[in-house]
Design a binder for this molecule. Structure first.
Ligand SMILES: O=C(O)CCC(=O)C(=O)O
Ligand SMILES: [Fe+2]
Length: 278
């Protein structure tokens, strides 16, 4: 496929299925940078939902001015395997608390976590989509809200429990491919479109790792003519991408935190289950 055709497929299920009989398989091959659902979540519910997080003290409201002792540039509501996976017992305890919180956190709103799971199920009707679990039944966190404040960024990286994090002691290790799902609730507002993620048409290999480690990936990409795709999101848009593609998010600028609901997804073409975690 020609590089200039490396653009997201969307904006709705009908169009996506019209282009790809098996969209998640195509994503596993990085045939497109992203699968995009525009307006998947009611945009009018995004701001009030974020306000609830502030009101419940789950995240700092920038309008409160002073940092109130909380100077983190990223706040999570949910359980991150990447951050908490070192201690299995505490990770699964934390995940249970998140399941409990998410039972009532969205009362009065459409459930944005269900939206992500239902959308994935529609993309892969022959597979069972479920929150990742261990053989003994312990569940991972179902999804995670990430609130990104002024200066927060993600340098070029991949996310992969096999290729990067080597989580050999977790059941999600069995999947060959890893995707992310990201639902935009709020853009950073300093520029018109806010801070947006950039996906590079470059699947991670040992060969590119030194450039990532040394912070010279942009140079490598320019020298090798690697295509990139900036994912322009509005509140309510949901996209899925292959986290083995090198990706990044430039620094948030200003007082409006970039707020997303995110999941990781384990997928193998020959596996009847799709695992979702955070
Ligand atoms: O926030 C995003 O759009 C992507 C963040 C990211 O790096 C990820 O979800 O793996
Ligand atoms: Fe990532």
């Amino acid at each position: 496929m020609a590089a200039e055709n490396w653009i997201p497929v969307g904006p709705d299920l009908e169009t996506i299925r019209g282009h790809y009989a098996d969209p998640l398989y195509a994503l596993s091959q990085a045939e497109m940078p992203a699968i995009m659902f525009r307006g998947a979540y009611d945009a009018d519910q995004c701001t009030p939902l974020i306000q609830r997080f502030y009101d419940m003290g789950l995240a700092r409201n920038p309008e409160d001015g002073a940092y109130g002792g909380d100077e983190r540039v990223r706040t999570d509501i949910g359980t991150s395997l990447g951050i908490r996976g070192q201690n299995q017992e505490r990770f699964f305890q934390h995940a249970e608390a998140t399941h409990h919180l998410f039972k009532f956190l969205f009362d009065g709103f459409d459930n944005p976590v269900d939206l992500i799971y239902n959308t994935l199920s529609a993309l892969a009707p022959d597979k069972q989509v479920r929150t990742a679990y261990e053989p003994d039944g312990r569940r991972y966190g179902p999804a995670i809200f990430r609130i990104h404040y002024h200066t927060q960024l993600y340098l070029p990286h991949i996310d992969h429990v096999r290729l990067r994090e080597e989580r050999t002691d977790y059941a999600v290790y069995r999947f060959e491919h890893q995707f992310a799902g990201v639902l935009c609730l709020q853009n950073a507002d300093e520029f018109d479109a806010g801070t947006q993620a950039i996906l590079h048409q470059c699947l991670w290999t040992e060969e590119v790792q030194p450039y990532i480690a040394e912070g010279t990936f942009h140079q490598y990409a320019a020298e090798n003519g690697i295509e990139k795709c900036q994912v322009e999101l509005s509140p309510g848009d949901l996209y899925f991408f292959n986290t083995r593609c090198i990706h990044e998010v430039p620094p948030v600028q200003g007082d409006h935190p970039r707020t997303v609901l995110a999941v990781f997804i384990g997928y193998s073409s020959d596996d009847d289950e799709i695992f979702v975690w955070s």
